[in-house]
Design a protein around this ligand. Structure first.
Ligand code: SF4
Ligand code: SF4
Length: 261
């Protein structure tokens, strides 16, 4: 890593919410800009999409033919590539099209679908190029982004978080919404990093940080059914923001196709 590393923030198919994790740094963003050169970040004004950089942050999924070419060029120009958010790490909400007839959906939505240049699938960045670090979340938060940059500035590998939301919820002395209130909370299978935000506000987690390590999805899905959710509703708990993540995809599909029990 050079003395003042160059950073780029690139956008693919996404809502821009994860780029806001940078903008929401506020004063820390000014401090960060003293330590690194932010050479490309269209949402903040800096434009140099083809620049060679030390760290490329990538938001969004691969969803158009043009995306396929652009991600190759970004990878070739970056020493270290970090994906930010559910879109970039699992295909995002738009990966629901992978479970459907995408051309038929396009024809239903657009008056002139022949003008839409879109792939039939939405796929994560890692399906196309080597990714050095994945930051999960919808959106990621400023702590995750700063933590990764800080680690790289000190020449140490960033720490990946794999624990479950439940652990974070308990550490913060949250009341379990699944046990105490019978809510279909995804915390037992979802990766931590958000600070157990939803359960601490008394609502069930919907899995926006993607699968944790070794998630026991069959047991949790059966628990949801025991709470009274019909199979389609169980499937929807898993086939949502991270439907492209294999652990959630496989469990959700099982229940959608009537094979859950
Ligand atoms: S992961 Fe969520 S917040 Fe981030 S760009 Fe995708 S939809 Fe937006
Ligand atoms: S509790 Fe779950 S849904 Fe809420 S922010 Fe955290 S991971 Fe996302």
């Amino acid at each position: 890593m050079s003395a003042k590393p160059k950073i780029a923030v690139h956008k693919f198919s996404s809502c821009d919410g994860c780029q806001l994790a940078f903008l929401n740094l506020g004063e820390d963003l000014l401090r960060l800009s003293e330590l690194v050169d932010i050479v490309h970040f269209a949402e903040a004004g800096a434009l140099a999409p083809e620049a060679s950089v030390d760290i490329a942050f990538v938001e969004g999924s691969i969803a158009t033919p043009e995306d396929l070419e652009r991600i190759e060029a970004i990878r070739a120009n970056a020493a270290y590539l970090i994906t930010i958010g559910a879109c970039a790490t699992a295909g995002g909400l738009q990966a629901l099209r992978n479970l459907a007839d995408a051309p038929a959906w396009t024809a239903d939505v657009y008056a002139s679908p022949e003008h839409i240049a879109s792939l039939d699938t939405s796929t994560p960045i890692a399906a196309h190029v080597k990714v050095d670090l994945e930051l999960w979340g919808c959106p990621v938060n400023a702590r995750q982004v700063l933590g990764a940059v800080r680690a790289l500035l000190f020449d140490v590998p960033p720490v990946e978080e794999h624990d479950k939301v439940c652990l974070e919820c308990k550490r913060r002395q949250g009341v379990c919404v699944l046990v105490a209130r019978g809510e279909p909370c995804m915390g037992p299978v979802t990766r931590t990093g958000c600070g157990a935000l939803c359960p601490l506000f008394g609502r069930d987690c919907y899995g926006c940080y993607g699968p944790a390590e070794q998630p026991n999805t069959p047991a949790l899905a059966r628990r949801f059914a025991g709470l009274g959710l019909v199979p389609e509703a169980v499937a929807r708990r898993f086939l949502f923001i991270n439907s492209g993540a294999p652990d959630f995809h496989d469990e959700g599909l099982k229940w959608r196709e009537g094979e859950g029990s």
